[in-house]
Design a protein around this ligand. Structure first.
Ligand code: GLY
Length: 575
Protein backbone atom coordinates (compact mmCIF):
# COMPACT_ATOMS: atom_id res chain seq x y z
CA UNK A 1 0.00 0.00 0.00
CA UNK A 2 2.92 2.33 0.44
CA UNK A 3 5.82 2.98 -1.84
CA UNK A 4 8.69 5.43 -1.99
CA UNK A 5 11.51 6.65 -4.13
CA UNK A 6 14.96 7.52 -2.87
CA UNK A 7 16.56 8.28 -6.23
CA UNK A 8 16.68 12.09 -5.73
CA UNK A 9 18.49 11.71 -2.44
CA UNK A 10 21.19 9.59 -4.07
CA UNK A 11 21.36 12.13 -6.88
CA UNK A 12 21.72 14.94 -4.40
CA UNK A 13 24.56 13.20 -2.56
CA UNK A 14 26.26 12.41 -5.86
CA UNK A 15 26.01 16.03 -7.02
CA UNK A 16 27.36 17.23 -3.70
CA UNK A 17 30.39 14.93 -4.09
CA UNK A 18 31.01 16.31 -7.56
CA UNK A 19 30.78 19.83 -6.17
CA UNK A 20 33.33 18.87 -3.55
CA UNK A 21 35.66 17.47 -6.20
CA UNK A 22 35.24 20.67 -8.12
CA UNK A 23 36.42 22.64 -5.12
CA UNK A 24 39.44 20.40 -4.76
CA UNK A 25 40.34 20.27 -8.46
CA UNK A 26 39.15 23.62 -9.75
CA UNK A 27 40.91 23.23 -13.04
CA UNK A 28 39.59 19.79 -13.95
CA UNK A 29 37.48 20.01 -17.06
CA UNK A 30 35.74 16.70 -16.25
CA UNK A 31 34.65 17.97 -12.89
CA UNK A 32 33.31 21.16 -14.41
CA UNK A 33 31.39 19.18 -16.99
CA UNK A 34 29.95 16.88 -14.33
CA UNK A 35 28.98 19.83 -12.19
CA UNK A 36 27.35 21.53 -15.13
CA UNK A 37 25.32 18.41 -15.84
CA UNK A 38 24.39 17.37 -12.34
CA UNK A 39 23.97 20.59 -10.43
CA UNK A 40 20.65 21.56 -12.08
CA UNK A 41 19.47 17.98 -11.66
CA UNK A 42 20.32 17.98 -7.98
CA UNK A 43 18.48 21.28 -7.46
CA UNK A 44 15.46 19.85 -9.27
CA UNK A 45 15.71 16.72 -7.15
CA UNK A 46 15.42 18.79 -4.01
CA UNK A 47 12.51 20.93 -5.23
CA UNK A 48 10.43 18.50 -7.29
CA UNK A 49 8.79 15.24 -6.26
CA UNK A 50 10.76 12.23 -7.52
CA UNK A 51 7.66 10.65 -9.08
CA UNK A 52 3.88 10.98 -8.92
CA UNK A 53 1.65 9.57 -6.19
CA UNK A 54 -2.04 8.75 -6.10
CA UNK A 55 -4.06 7.23 -3.26
CA UNK A 56 -7.73 6.47 -3.74
CA UNK A 57 -10.43 4.21 -2.38
CA UNK A 58 -10.24 1.78 -5.31
CA UNK A 59 -7.21 0.29 -7.12
CA UNK A 60 -8.85 0.79 -10.53
CA UNK A 61 -9.36 4.50 -9.81
CA UNK A 62 -5.73 4.89 -8.72
CA UNK A 63 -4.72 3.08 -11.91
CA UNK A 64 -6.93 5.36 -14.02
CA UNK A 65 -5.15 8.40 -12.57
CA UNK A 66 -1.70 6.99 -13.31
CA UNK A 67 -2.79 6.07 -16.83
CA UNK A 68 -3.65 9.70 -17.48
CA UNK A 69 -0.39 10.93 -15.95
CA UNK A 70 1.48 8.53 -18.24
CA UNK A 71 -0.29 10.13 -21.21
CA UNK A 72 1.12 13.53 -20.29
CA UNK A 73 -1.63 14.69 -17.97
CA UNK A 74 -1.00 16.63 -14.81
CA UNK A 75 -2.51 16.10 -11.33
CA UNK A 76 -5.68 17.93 -12.38
CA UNK A 77 -6.22 15.67 -15.40
CA UNK A 78 -5.53 12.71 -13.14
CA UNK A 79 -8.14 14.05 -10.71
CA UNK A 80 -10.72 14.00 -13.51
CA UNK A 81 -9.78 10.40 -14.30
CA UNK A 82 -9.83 9.24 -10.68
CA UNK A 83 -13.12 10.97 -9.81
CA UNK A 84 -14.83 9.59 -12.92
CA UNK A 85 -13.43 6.08 -12.33
CA UNK A 86 -14.63 6.13 -8.71
CA UNK A 87 -18.10 7.00 -10.02
CA UNK A 88 -18.02 3.69 -11.90
CA UNK A 89 -16.22 1.30 -9.55
CA UNK A 90 -17.38 2.68 -6.20
CA UNK A 91 -20.86 3.87 -7.22
CA UNK A 92 -22.27 3.66 -3.69
CA UNK A 93 -20.02 6.47 -2.43
CA UNK A 94 -19.77 9.16 -5.11
CA UNK A 95 -20.54 9.78 -8.75
CA UNK A 96 -21.93 12.02 -11.47
CA UNK A 97 -25.11 12.33 -9.43
CA UNK A 98 -23.23 13.84 -6.49
CA UNK A 99 -20.95 16.65 -5.45
CA UNK A 100 -17.75 17.39 -3.61
CA UNK A 101 -14.75 19.60 -3.07
CA UNK A 102 -11.44 19.62 -4.95
CA UNK A 103 -8.59 21.41 -3.19
CA UNK A 104 -5.87 22.32 -5.70
CA UNK A 105 -2.26 23.46 -5.48
CA UNK A 106 -0.67 24.56 -8.76
CA UNK A 107 3.09 24.23 -8.45
CA UNK A 108 4.19 26.77 -11.04
CA UNK A 109 2.78 29.79 -9.16
CA UNK A 110 1.74 28.16 -5.85
CA UNK A 111 -1.85 29.15 -6.58
CA UNK A 112 -4.30 27.36 -4.30
CA UNK A 113 -8.03 27.15 -4.72
CA UNK A 114 -10.98 25.01 -3.79
CA UNK A 115 -13.33 23.95 -6.55
CA UNK A 116 -16.69 23.88 -4.84
CA UNK A 117 -18.79 21.29 -6.65
CA UNK A 118 -21.27 20.93 -3.82
CA UNK A 119 -24.82 20.09 -4.86
CA UNK A 120 -27.36 22.93 -4.79
CA UNK A 121 -30.99 22.84 -3.67
CA UNK A 122 -33.40 22.91 -6.63
CA UNK A 123 -34.94 26.32 -7.36
CA UNK A 124 -38.36 25.02 -6.30
CA UNK A 125 -37.04 23.95 -2.89
CA UNK A 126 -38.59 25.46 0.22
CA UNK A 127 -37.49 25.67 3.81
CA UNK A 128 -40.25 23.37 5.06
CA UNK A 129 -40.34 20.91 2.18
CA UNK A 130 -39.57 17.90 4.37
CA UNK A 131 -42.02 18.75 7.16
CA UNK A 132 -45.56 17.45 7.59
CA UNK A 133 -48.55 19.53 8.58
CA UNK A 134 -47.58 19.33 12.22
CA UNK A 135 -44.16 20.72 11.34
CA UNK A 136 -42.36 17.42 11.92
CA UNK A 137 -39.86 15.89 9.43
CA UNK A 138 -41.49 13.25 7.20
CA UNK A 139 -39.52 10.07 7.77
CA UNK A 140 -37.23 9.17 4.86
CA UNK A 141 -38.25 12.00 2.52
CA UNK A 142 -34.83 13.70 2.63
CA UNK A 143 -33.02 10.33 2.40
CA UNK A 144 -34.84 8.05 -0.04
CA UNK A 145 -35.96 8.78 -3.58
CA UNK A 146 -36.05 11.64 -6.04
CA UNK A 147 -37.16 14.26 -3.50
CA UNK A 148 -33.93 13.83 -1.55
CA UNK A 149 -31.65 14.75 -4.43
CA UNK A 150 -29.96 18.11 -4.86
CA UNK A 151 -28.53 19.31 -8.18
CA UNK A 152 -25.23 17.46 -8.84
CA UNK A 153 -21.89 19.26 -9.12
CA UNK A 154 -19.32 16.59 -9.98
CA UNK A 155 -19.81 16.66 -13.79
CA UNK A 156 -19.35 20.46 -13.80
CA UNK A 157 -16.21 20.10 -11.70
CA UNK A 158 -14.69 17.57 -14.12
CA UNK A 159 -15.30 19.93 -17.04
CA UNK A 160 -13.89 22.89 -15.11
CA UNK A 161 -10.79 21.02 -13.93
CA UNK A 162 -9.96 19.82 -17.43
CA UNK A 163 -10.58 23.17 -19.09
CA UNK A 164 -8.92 25.51 -16.62
CA UNK A 165 -6.20 23.44 -14.96
CA UNK A 166 -5.60 20.32 -17.03
CA UNK A 167 -3.27 19.66 -19.94
CA UNK A 168 -5.35 17.03 -21.68
CA UNK A 169 -8.80 17.21 -23.26
CA UNK A 170 -11.67 16.07 -21.05
CA UNK A 171 -12.34 13.32 -23.59
CA UNK A 172 -8.99 11.74 -22.88
CA UNK A 173 -9.16 12.01 -19.09
CA UNK A 174 -12.64 10.45 -19.01
CA UNK A 175 -11.57 7.52 -21.18
CA UNK A 176 -10.55 5.11 -18.38
CA UNK A 177 -13.93 5.62 -16.68
CA UNK A 178 -15.83 5.18 -19.94
CA UNK A 179 -13.95 1.94 -20.55
CA UNK A 180 -14.67 0.66 -17.03
CA UNK A 181 -18.36 1.46 -17.37
CA UNK A 182 -18.71 0.08 -20.90
CA UNK A 183 -16.53 -3.03 -20.67
CA UNK A 184 -17.17 -3.71 -17.00
CA UNK A 185 -14.95 -4.44 -14.03
CA UNK A 186 -14.71 -7.26 -11.52
CA UNK A 187 -16.64 -6.20 -8.43
CA UNK A 188 -14.82 -6.23 -5.13
CA UNK A 189 -15.67 -7.77 -1.78
CA UNK A 190 -16.76 -4.37 -0.57
CA UNK A 191 -19.10 -3.92 -3.54
CA UNK A 192 -20.72 -7.28 -2.69
CA UNK A 193 -20.97 -6.29 0.95
CA UNK A 194 -22.52 -2.88 0.28
CA UNK A 195 -25.05 -4.26 -2.19
CA UNK A 196 -25.97 -6.96 0.31
CA UNK A 197 -26.45 -4.30 3.01
CA UNK A 198 -28.70 -2.24 0.75
CA UNK A 199 -30.50 -5.07 -1.01
CA UNK A 200 -33.93 -4.51 0.49
CA UNK A 201 -33.79 -0.72 0.25
CA UNK A 202 -32.70 -0.69 -3.40
CA UNK A 203 -35.39 -3.11 -4.57
CA UNK A 204 -37.77 -0.15 -4.22
CA UNK A 205 -35.86 1.51 -7.09
CA UNK A 206 -36.12 -0.88 -10.08
CA UNK A 207 -33.79 1.09 -12.41
CA UNK A 208 -31.10 1.17 -9.72
CA UNK A 209 -31.59 -2.45 -8.76
CA UNK A 210 -31.36 -3.45 -12.41
CA UNK A 211 -27.95 -1.79 -12.70
CA UNK A 212 -26.33 -2.91 -9.44
CA UNK A 213 -27.82 -6.41 -9.05
CA UNK A 214 -27.74 -9.41 -11.29
CA UNK A 215 -31.47 -10.02 -11.85
CA UNK A 216 -32.11 -9.27 -8.19
CA UNK A 217 -29.08 -11.22 -6.94
CA UNK A 218 -25.88 -9.83 -5.56
CA UNK A 219 -22.82 -9.90 -7.81
CA UNK A 220 -20.20 -12.14 -6.21
CA UNK A 221 -16.69 -10.69 -5.80
CA UNK A 222 -14.87 -11.12 -9.10
CA UNK A 223 -18.01 -11.08 -11.26
CA UNK A 224 -18.14 -8.39 -13.92
CA UNK A 225 -20.45 -5.38 -13.61
CA UNK A 226 -21.15 -3.40 -16.79
CA UNK A 227 -22.87 0.00 -16.76
CA UNK A 228 -23.54 0.81 -20.45
CA UNK A 229 -25.94 3.68 -19.68
CA UNK A 230 -23.41 5.36 -17.44
CA UNK A 231 -20.80 4.85 -20.18
CA UNK A 232 -23.04 6.71 -22.64
CA UNK A 233 -23.69 9.52 -20.15
CA UNK A 234 -19.93 9.85 -19.64
CA UNK A 235 -19.44 9.87 -23.42
CA UNK A 236 -21.91 12.75 -23.81
CA UNK A 237 -20.06 14.64 -21.06
CA UNK A 238 -16.75 13.91 -22.79
CA UNK A 239 -18.04 15.08 -26.16
CA UNK A 240 -19.95 18.19 -25.14
CA UNK A 241 -18.56 19.24 -21.79
CA UNK A 242 -20.94 21.05 -19.42
CA UNK A 243 -23.79 20.96 -21.94
CA UNK A 244 -23.29 17.22 -22.33
CA UNK A 245 -24.70 16.71 -18.85
CA UNK A 246 -26.57 19.86 -17.85
CA UNK A 247 -28.44 20.36 -21.16
CA UNK A 248 -29.67 18.09 -23.93
CA UNK A 249 -30.46 14.41 -23.70
CA UNK A 250 -28.89 13.69 -20.31
CA UNK A 251 -30.54 16.71 -18.68
CA UNK A 252 -33.95 15.83 -20.14
CA UNK A 253 -33.73 12.25 -18.88
CA UNK A 254 -32.59 13.38 -15.43
CA UNK A 255 -35.31 15.97 -14.99
CA UNK A 256 -38.07 13.79 -16.47
CA UNK A 257 -37.02 10.91 -14.24
CA UNK A 258 -36.91 13.03 -11.09
CA UNK A 259 -40.25 14.70 -11.77
CA UNK A 260 -41.99 11.43 -12.64
CA UNK A 261 -40.86 10.14 -9.24
CA UNK A 262 -42.25 13.14 -7.37
CA UNK A 263 -39.15 15.35 -7.35
CA UNK A 264 -38.93 19.06 -8.12
CA UNK A 265 -35.95 19.49 -10.46
CA UNK A 266 -36.24 21.70 -13.56
CA UNK A 267 -34.12 22.10 -16.71
CA UNK A 268 -33.11 25.52 -15.39
CA UNK A 269 -31.69 23.94 -12.21
CA UNK A 270 -29.31 21.91 -14.33
CA UNK A 271 -28.52 24.55 -16.95
CA UNK A 272 -27.69 27.10 -14.21
CA UNK A 273 -25.40 24.84 -12.20
CA UNK A 274 -21.82 26.13 -12.01
CA UNK A 275 -18.94 25.26 -9.70
CA UNK A 276 -17.52 28.06 -7.54
CA UNK A 277 -13.86 28.76 -6.99
CA UNK A 278 -13.23 29.63 -3.36
CA UNK A 279 -10.18 30.67 -1.37
CA UNK A 280 -9.16 27.86 0.99
CA UNK A 281 -9.02 28.48 4.74
CA UNK A 282 -5.62 28.48 6.42
CA UNK A 283 -4.16 27.98 9.86
CA UNK A 284 -0.97 27.13 11.71
CA UNK A 285 -0.49 24.56 14.47
CA UNK A 286 3.01 24.33 15.98
CA UNK A 287 5.27 24.05 12.92
CA UNK A 288 2.53 22.81 10.59
CA UNK A 289 0.61 24.90 8.07
CA UNK A 290 -2.95 23.83 7.26
CA UNK A 291 -4.83 24.56 4.04
CA UNK A 292 -8.35 23.22 3.89
CA UNK A 293 -11.92 23.50 2.64
CA UNK A 294 -13.85 26.74 3.23
CA UNK A 295 -17.63 27.07 3.50
CA UNK A 296 -19.98 25.58 2.42
CA UNK A 297 -17.90 22.83 3.97
CA UNK A 298 -17.48 23.21 7.69
CA UNK A 299 -14.43 20.96 7.37
CA UNK A 300 -11.62 23.50 7.18
CA UNK A 301 -13.18 25.91 9.68
CA UNK A 302 -13.80 23.09 12.15
CA UNK A 303 -10.34 21.57 11.72
CA UNK A 304 -8.49 24.85 12.21
CA UNK A 305 -10.71 25.93 15.10
CA UNK A 306 -9.93 22.66 16.91
CA UNK A 307 -6.21 22.99 16.24
CA UNK A 308 -6.25 26.61 17.43
CA UNK A 309 -7.90 25.52 20.67
CA UNK A 310 -5.38 22.71 21.16
CA UNK A 311 -2.44 24.98 20.36
CA UNK A 312 -2.82 26.48 23.83
CA UNK A 313 -2.03 23.16 25.53
CA UNK A 314 1.17 21.19 25.55
CA UNK A 315 -0.52 18.01 24.33
CA UNK A 316 2.79 16.17 24.02
CA UNK A 317 3.46 16.62 27.73
CA UNK A 318 0.02 15.39 28.86
CA UNK A 319 -0.69 11.76 29.68
CA UNK A 320 -2.84 9.99 27.09
CA UNK A 321 -6.15 10.27 28.92
CA UNK A 322 -5.73 13.99 29.57
CA UNK A 323 -4.55 14.55 26.03
CA UNK A 324 -7.56 12.71 24.60
CA UNK A 325 -9.88 14.60 26.94
CA UNK A 326 -8.56 17.91 25.61
CA UNK A 327 -8.98 16.71 22.04
CA UNK A 328 -12.55 15.57 22.73
CA UNK A 329 -13.36 18.94 24.26
CA UNK A 330 -11.88 20.80 21.27
CA UNK A 331 -14.07 18.67 19.00
CA UNK A 332 -17.13 19.41 21.10
CA UNK A 333 -16.55 23.19 20.96
CA UNK A 334 -15.89 23.35 17.23
CA UNK A 335 -18.90 21.14 16.39
CA UNK A 336 -21.00 23.38 18.64
CA UNK A 337 -20.07 26.36 16.46
CA UNK A 338 -20.79 24.28 13.38
CA UNK A 339 -24.28 23.56 14.68
CA UNK A 340 -25.03 27.11 15.74
CA UNK A 341 -23.48 29.34 13.11
CA UNK A 342 -22.31 27.67 9.90
CA UNK A 343 -24.06 27.54 6.53
CA UNK A 344 -23.57 28.49 2.88
CA UNK A 345 -21.88 31.91 3.05
CA UNK A 346 -23.38 32.82 -0.36
CA UNK A 347 -26.75 32.87 1.40
CA UNK A 348 -26.18 33.69 5.05
CA UNK A 349 -23.75 35.99 6.73
CA UNK A 350 -21.06 33.88 8.40
CA UNK A 351 -17.92 35.50 9.76
CA UNK A 352 -15.63 32.53 9.05
CA UNK A 353 -12.56 34.60 9.99
CA UNK A 354 -13.88 34.83 13.54
CA UNK A 355 -13.91 31.03 13.95
CA UNK A 356 -10.38 30.83 12.51
CA UNK A 357 -8.99 33.49 14.84
CA UNK A 358 -6.56 32.17 17.50
CA UNK A 359 -7.87 34.85 19.90
CA UNK A 360 -11.33 33.29 19.65
CA UNK A 361 -9.82 29.87 20.32
CA UNK A 362 -8.16 31.30 23.44
CA UNK A 363 -11.62 32.31 24.72
CA UNK A 364 -12.99 28.85 23.98
CA UNK A 365 -10.16 27.22 25.93
CA UNK A 366 -11.66 28.71 29.08
CA UNK A 367 -14.72 26.55 28.45
CA UNK A 368 -12.91 23.24 28.55
CA UNK A 369 -14.33 21.60 31.62
CA UNK A 370 -16.04 18.41 32.62
CA UNK A 371 -18.78 17.28 30.26
CA UNK A 372 -22.43 17.12 31.21
CA UNK A 373 -24.09 13.75 31.39
CA UNK A 374 -27.05 13.81 29.04
CA UNK A 375 -26.03 11.68 26.08
CA UNK A 376 -28.15 10.56 23.14
CA UNK A 377 -27.37 7.61 20.87
CA UNK A 378 -25.11 8.22 17.87
CA UNK A 379 -25.65 6.91 14.34
CA UNK A 380 -23.48 4.22 12.81
CA UNK A 381 -22.67 5.80 9.41
CA UNK A 382 -19.03 6.25 8.58
CA UNK A 383 -17.68 4.87 5.32
CA UNK A 384 -19.92 6.51 2.74
CA UNK A 385 -18.41 9.30 0.57
CA UNK A 386 -14.90 8.97 -0.90
CA UNK A 387 -11.57 10.73 -0.99
CA UNK A 388 -8.47 10.72 -3.18
CA UNK A 389 -5.12 12.50 -3.02
CA UNK A 390 -2.63 13.23 -5.81
CA UNK A 391 0.82 14.78 -6.23
CA UNK A 392 2.33 14.84 -9.71
CA UNK A 393 5.99 15.15 -10.76
CA UNK A 394 5.68 18.91 -11.11
CA UNK A 395 4.46 19.23 -7.51
CA UNK A 396 0.82 19.95 -8.42
CA UNK A 397 -1.55 18.60 -5.79
CA UNK A 398 -5.20 17.62 -5.50
CA UNK A 399 -7.12 16.61 -2.39
CA UNK A 400 -10.69 15.74 -3.34
CA UNK A 401 -13.56 14.50 -1.21
CA UNK A 402 -16.66 13.51 -3.18
CA UNK A 403 -20.05 12.26 -2.08
CA UNK A 404 -23.57 11.24 -2.87
CA UNK A 405 -24.11 11.44 0.92
CA UNK A 406 -25.25 8.16 2.45
CA UNK A 407 -24.52 4.73 0.97
CA UNK A 408 -26.06 4.61 -2.56
CA UNK A 409 -27.31 8.18 -1.99
CA UNK A 410 -31.02 8.58 -2.56
CA UNK A 411 -31.17 5.12 -4.16
CA UNK A 412 -32.87 6.77 -7.12
CA UNK A 413 -31.53 6.56 -10.68
CA UNK A 414 -33.41 8.24 -13.55
CA UNK A 415 -33.95 5.77 -16.41
CA UNK A 416 -31.38 5.59 -19.23
CA UNK A 417 -28.77 7.68 -17.43
CA UNK A 418 -26.81 5.30 -15.20
CA UNK A 419 -26.57 8.24 -12.81
CA UNK A 420 -27.34 7.41 -9.19
CA UNK A 421 -28.60 10.55 -7.45
CA UNK A 422 -27.43 11.92 -4.14
CA UNK A 423 -29.49 12.52 -1.01
CA UNK A 424 -27.49 15.57 -0.02
CA UNK A 425 -30.67 17.55 0.82
CA UNK A 426 -30.49 15.77 4.18
CA UNK A 427 -27.33 17.76 4.96
CA UNK A 428 -29.55 20.83 5.32
CA UNK A 429 -31.26 21.49 8.61
CA UNK A 430 -34.80 20.27 8.03
CA UNK A 431 -35.83 21.93 11.25
CA UNK A 432 -33.58 23.65 13.82
CA UNK A 433 -32.18 21.22 16.38
CA UNK A 434 -33.65 18.13 14.67
CA UNK A 435 -30.71 15.80 13.93
CA UNK A 436 -29.96 14.68 10.37
CA UNK A 437 -28.83 11.18 9.43
CA UNK A 438 -25.41 11.81 11.04
CA UNK A 439 -27.03 13.02 14.25
CA UNK A 440 -25.84 16.54 13.40
CA UNK A 441 -28.01 19.43 14.43
CA UNK A 442 -27.95 22.94 13.01
CA UNK A 443 -29.52 26.35 12.89
CA UNK A 444 -31.27 28.67 10.43
CA UNK A 445 -27.84 29.30 8.85
CA UNK A 446 -28.13 25.86 7.24
CA UNK A 447 -31.85 26.01 6.42
CA UNK A 448 -33.02 25.05 2.92
CA UNK A 449 -33.28 27.81 0.30
CA UNK A 450 -33.49 27.62 -3.52
CA UNK A 451 -30.02 27.30 -5.05
CA UNK A 452 -28.32 27.06 -1.66
CA UNK A 453 -25.60 24.51 -0.86
CA UNK A 454 -26.04 22.32 2.22
CA UNK A 455 -23.35 22.54 4.88
CA UNK A 456 -20.81 19.75 4.51
CA UNK A 457 -18.15 18.15 6.71
CA UNK A 458 -15.85 17.15 3.85
CA UNK A 459 -12.28 18.15 4.67
CA UNK A 460 -9.80 17.79 1.79
CA UNK A 461 -6.61 19.20 3.30
CA UNK A 462 -2.93 19.99 2.77
CA UNK A 463 -0.64 19.81 5.81
CA UNK A 464 2.84 21.26 5.42
CA UNK A 465 5.93 21.45 7.56
CA UNK A 466 9.27 22.81 6.36
CA UNK A 467 10.22 19.30 5.24
CA UNK A 468 7.00 17.68 4.23
CA UNK A 469 3.80 18.09 2.23
CA UNK A 470 0.88 15.83 3.15
CA UNK A 471 -2.28 15.69 1.02
CA UNK A 472 -5.13 13.95 2.78
CA UNK A 473 -8.82 13.49 3.47
CA UNK A 474 -11.36 10.81 4.23
CA UNK A 475 -15.02 9.89 3.94
CA UNK A 476 -17.13 9.37 7.05
CA UNK A 477 -19.96 11.91 7.28
CA UNK A 478 -19.84 14.03 10.39
CA UNK A 479 -16.73 12.16 11.59
CA UNK A 480 -14.61 13.43 8.71
CA UNK A 481 -13.35 16.54 10.49
CA UNK A 482 -12.32 14.72 13.66
CA UNK A 483 -10.49 12.04 11.63
CA UNK A 484 -8.46 14.68 9.79
CA UNK A 485 -7.79 16.39 13.13
CA UNK A 486 -6.35 13.20 14.64
CA UNK A 487 -4.14 12.68 11.58
CA UNK A 488 -2.94 16.30 11.74
CA UNK A 489 -2.05 15.94 15.44
CA UNK A 490 -0.18 12.72 14.68
CA UNK A 491 1.92 14.59 12.12
CA UNK A 492 2.56 17.76 14.12
CA UNK A 493 2.90 16.34 17.64
CA UNK A 494 4.57 13.00 16.90
CA UNK A 495 6.16 13.42 13.46
CA UNK A 496 4.07 10.45 12.33
CA UNK A 497 4.73 8.82 8.98
CA UNK A 498 1.78 8.64 6.54
CA UNK A 499 0.94 5.10 7.63
CA UNK A 500 0.79 6.30 11.25
CA UNK A 501 -1.61 9.06 10.21
CA UNK A 502 -4.06 6.60 8.65
CA UNK A 503 -3.63 4.04 11.42
CA UNK A 504 -4.25 6.34 14.36
CA UNK A 505 -7.19 4.87 16.33
CA UNK A 506 -10.17 7.19 15.89
CA UNK A 507 -12.52 8.88 18.31
CA UNK A 508 -15.12 11.53 17.75
CA UNK A 509 -17.37 13.99 19.57
CA UNK A 510 -19.74 16.22 17.61
CA UNK A 511 -21.34 18.23 20.43
CA UNK A 512 -24.69 16.59 19.88
CA UNK A 513 -25.31 13.78 20.65
CA UNK A 514 -23.18 14.02 23.77
CA UNK A 515 -21.28 10.81 23.09
CA UNK A 516 -17.67 9.95 22.35
CA UNK A 517 -17.71 7.44 19.50
CA UNK A 518 -14.50 5.49 19.18
CA UNK A 519 -12.76 2.63 17.46
CA UNK A 520 -11.98 -0.31 19.74
CA UNK A 521 -8.25 0.47 19.96
CA UNK A 522 -8.66 4.18 20.73
CA UNK A 523 -8.81 3.75 24.51
CA UNK A 524 -7.53 0.92 26.69
CA UNK A 525 -9.57 -0.28 29.68
CA UNK A 526 -7.91 2.10 32.13
CA UNK A 527 -8.49 5.12 29.92
CA UNK A 528 -12.06 4.07 29.18
CA UNK A 529 -12.68 3.81 32.88
CA UNK A 530 -11.04 7.20 33.58
CA UNK A 531 -13.08 8.93 30.88
CA UNK A 532 -16.31 7.37 32.11
CA UNK A 533 -15.47 8.44 35.65
CA UNK A 534 -15.16 11.96 34.23
CA UNK A 535 -18.72 11.76 32.91
CA UNK A 536 -18.04 10.87 29.29
CA UNK A 537 -20.41 8.46 27.61
CA UNK A 538 -18.38 6.21 25.31
CA UNK A 539 -19.77 4.30 22.37
CA UNK A 540 -17.59 1.83 20.49
CA UNK A 541 -17.75 1.58 16.70
CA UNK A 542 -16.59 -2.05 16.42
CA UNK A 543 -15.63 -2.27 12.75
CA UNK A 544 -13.91 1.09 12.61
CA UNK A 545 -14.73 3.93 10.28
CA UNK A 546 -13.27 6.20 7.62
CA UNK A 547 -11.13 5.47 4.58
CA UNK A 548 -8.29 7.98 4.59
CA UNK A 549 -6.15 8.46 1.49
CA UNK A 550 -2.77 10.15 1.86
CA UNK A 551 0.05 11.12 -0.44
CA UNK A 552 3.08 12.66 1.20
CA UNK A 553 6.28 14.16 -0.13
CA UNK A 554 9.23 14.43 2.21
CA UNK A 555 11.44 17.07 0.61
CA UNK A 556 14.24 16.37 3.06
CA UNK A 557 14.38 12.66 2.29
CA UNK A 558 13.42 13.06 -1.36
CA UNK A 559 10.75 10.49 -0.74
CA UNK A 560 7.19 10.17 -1.96
CA UNK A 561 4.59 7.91 -0.35
CA UNK A 562 1.01 6.98 -1.16
CA UNK A 563 -0.96 5.30 1.59
CA UNK A 564 -4.49 4.00 1.50
CA UNK A 565 -6.39 3.34 4.71
CA UNK A 566 -6.21 -0.36 5.70
CA UNK A 567 -9.87 -0.06 6.76
CA UNK A 568 -10.79 0.16 3.06
CA UNK A 569 -9.81 -1.63 -0.14
CA UNK A 570 -8.09 1.27 -1.87
CA UNK A 571 -4.56 1.61 -3.14
CA UNK A 572 -1.74 4.09 -2.95
CA UNK A 573 0.71 3.93 -5.84
CA UNK A 574 3.89 5.91 -6.54
CA UNK A 575 5.14 5.80 -10.15
N1 GLY B 1 -22.64 14.39 2.88
C1 GLY B 1 -21.68 14.47 3.90
C2 GLY B 1 -21.02 15.78 3.97
O1 GLY B 1 -21.06 16.53 3.02
O2 GLY B 1 -20.45 16.07 4.99
Amino acid sequence: MAAFFIFPKILFIFASLIALLYLVHMRSFTCRLFLLLFFPLSVAAATLPPAAAIASAHPLATQAGHEILAQGGNAFDAAVAVAAALAVVEPYNSGLGGGGFFLLHRARDKFEVMIDARERAPLAATKDMYLNQEGKPIAGLSIDGACAAAIPGVPAALVHLAKKYGRLPLKKSLMPAIRLARDGFAVSKLYAKQTLRQHDRLQAFPVTADVFYNQGFIYAPGEKLRQPQLARTLERLAAKGHDGFYRGMTAVRLVDGVRAAGGIWSQKDLADYRVSERAPVRGVYRNMRITSAPLPSSGGVGLIEMLNILQGFDLVALDKTERDRHVIEAMRLAYRDRAQYLGDADFVSVDAAHFLDPAYAAQLRQEISDPDKTPQPAKAEGTNTTHFSIIDRAGNRVAATLSINTLFGSGFMPADTGVLLNNEMDDFVLKPNVPNTYGLIGSEANAIAPGKRPLSSMTPTFLETDDEVVVLGTPGGSRIISMVLLAALELADRHGAPKDLVNVPRFHHQYSPNVVEHEAQAFDDAERHALEQNGYRLQGVPIGYGNMQIVAWSKKKGMLEAVSDPRGEGSGVVK
